[in-house]
Design a protein around this ligand. Structure first.
Ligand code: G4P
Length: 526
């Protein structure tokens, strides 16, 4: 196969949701369909359990298992499907945001009972920032949920995206009958079953076909006709172009745990979802079809065994062909490196690979040379864009508890922040402030500093609400702001100034008083 065909074959995406909406269940069902796993439960085991929020060791144990399944690849109907796993746990949200920089599209799972939840909105914001095409799956239709029209309105309003249902539920909860496929004019009847993966599909000649009344009761048939008429009247016909330019999200209804509505969505997904196309760098746009290899690291996973302080860097291929044992150019370090043991993840196995193509994610063994955002090329000087840091929400000052181990502490903090466990800000040159999205990260950091670096520290909570990257609109005002607010300004790892706002109110006051200063919620701005 040539490069173009390999690219065309690949669909690299993530399934995202607010915890508990059904991401793990859906992922697992996709793998079952793809034949990548034989029994349900394999992915589930890797999920960070809800009870484990404060039990760090337990989480680490589970995280250990999930290394192999952070990317799940399988072949389905001639396509190579790469699902990038994202941790559902809220405290690992930043990891999820970074993973979203490596996908070409997203399936967003919504709980039909709860509707759009906080984490869903934030995830969608990240997709919007990157113009990522989104398909929405409204899950748990077997439960007494909200009215589907209401759900659609809520999706449009809260997620700020136009939606277009492609299937429509016939009743819900106890009396859930199945879905009508608005696209193929087919009826799919629901049978609660958690083991079988076939669905009863019935061809009918459109919604007026009297056959419909044979399969579902007259009451349901009449209601369905009414609703379909309403949908066709209100919503424009589905446009693949609008989906691909991320202005419209197709919506499917189903029940993941009952295997219902999944095959349909998977097949539509494979039909319409984008293959790798192009990506921006600091120099130019790189097309997936270029012959020379380019790609970037979006995630680093450390081996927690202190005797083997190695790491796996997750590398997304953006163009060309990756080959084992070939020298590539590391653009940040300006040096060549090659990889003898690149791995790829197929379901729950990790395999050595000889080559890989755009859209694939491979694991590169690393002993400290790779950082999140690093780019490899065949010699060209360029750097991929789009691995922003997001404003953390919890801030703590690091207090060294063992002055004889300052070096170890520095090194540990540097390496852990390179892995993206937390963000490190420096104030007055040496005051260290860590920012995270969850409390859990502080347990992770304390434990790893002690066990891997032999350093001990305490954390002193700081009452900031968010950090904002600042840039000048008016140089004089900006300089004055830096001077006056020095007690709440620090530098990030790239030495960009960051302002810590104590409250939303304080932020607004700062914005009002200093119109010559721009405030950004992520580290990447044009
Ligand atoms: P997450 O990864 O998004 O956090 O969600 P996950 O798939 O783990 O699903 C959360 C809970 O919702 C699970 O129940 C799961 O079985 C259930 N669930 C998923 N899909 C459906 C569905 O279509 N209908 C209904 N009624 N429930 C669904 P749990 O009790 O937390 O776990 P388990 O004991 O069932 O494994």
């Amino acid at each position: 196969m040539n490069l173009e065909q390999e690219i065309e074959k690949r669909k690299t995406f993530a399934i995202i949701s607010h915890p508990d909406a059904g991401k793990t269940t859906l992922t697992e069902k996709f793998l079952l369909f793809g034949g990548a796993i034989k029994t349900a439960g394999a992915v589930k085991q890797n999920k960070i359990k809800k009870t484990a929020t404060s039990d760090f060791m337990e989480i680490e144990k589970q995280r250990g298992i999930s290394v192999a399944t952070s990317v799940m690849g399988f072949e389905y109907k001639g396509k190579k499907v790469n699902i990038l796993d994202t941790p559902g746990h809220k405290d690992f949200a930043e990891d999820t945001y970074r993973t979203l920089t490596a996908v070409d599209s997203v399936i967003l799972v919504i709980d039909s009972v709860k509707g759009v939840e906080a984490q869903t909105e934030r995830l969608m914001e990240v997709c919007r920032m990157r113009n990522t095409p989104v398909i929405i799956f409204v899950n748990k239709m077997d439960r007494e949920g909200r009215n589907p029209f209401e759900i659609l309105d809520e999706l449009e309003e809260k997620l700020q995206i136009q939606v277009r249902p492609l299937t429509w539920p016939i009743s819900q909860g106890q009396s859930f009958q199945g879905v009508y496929n608005l696209y193929q004019k087919q009826l799919n009847l629901f049978e609660p079953d958690q083991t079988k993966i076939t669905e009863q599909q019935i061809e009918i000649q459109g919604i007026e076909d009297p056959e419909l009344d044979r399969w579902i009761s007259e009451t349901f048939a009449d209601k369905l006709r009414e609703e379909v008429e309403l949908i066709e009247g209100v919503y424009e016909p589905f446009s693949k172009g609008s989906y691909l330019d991320a202005s419209l999200a197709p919506v499917f209804f189903g029940s993941a745990v009952n295997n219902f509505g999944i095959k349909e969505m998977l097949e539509t997904f494979l039909d319409i979802a984008p293959s790798p196309e192009q990506r921006e760098t600091d120099q130019r746009v790189v097309k997936a079809s270029e012959n020379k290899l380019t790609g970037f690291v979006f995630k680093i996973h450390a081996n927690l065994d202190p005797n083997h302080r190695d790491r796996t860097a997750f590398f997304k291929i953006c163009s060309g062909k990756f080959e084992r044992n070939t020298f590539y150019y590391h653009t940040r370090l300006g040096k060549k490196m090659r990889f003898a043991n690149p791995t790829q993840f197929m379901a729950n196995e990790k395999n050595l690979i000889e080559d890989a193509w755009p859209g694939d994610v491979i694991g590169l063994y690393d002993n400290g040379n790779l950082k999140i955002g690093d780019t490899l090329t065949e010699g060209e000087e360029l750097q991929f864009r789009g691995i922003p840091s997001f404003s953390p929400e919890i801030f703590k000052e690091v207090i060294n508890r063992d002055p004889f181990k300052s070096k170890q502490l520095e090194k540990g903090l540097r390496q852990l922040t390179e892995e993206g466990v937390a963000q490190l800000f420096l104030q007055y040159g040496n005051r260290k402030i860590l920012g995270t999205v969850g409390e859990l990260q502080f347990d992770v950091i304390r434990f790893r500093l002690e066990h891997e670096y032999g350093a001990k520290c305490d954390f002193m909570p700081l009452r900031y609400f968010k950090a904002f990257w600042i840039t000048p609109k008016d140089n004089n005002q900006y300089d004055e702001f830096l001077r006056r607010k020095s007690s709440v300004i620090a530098e990030d790892k790239e030495k960009h100034p960051v302002f810590f706002a104590e409250s939303e109110w304080m932020l607004n006051v700062a914005k009002e008083n200093y119109p010559g200063v721009m405030f950004h919620e992520t580290s990447e701005f044009k």
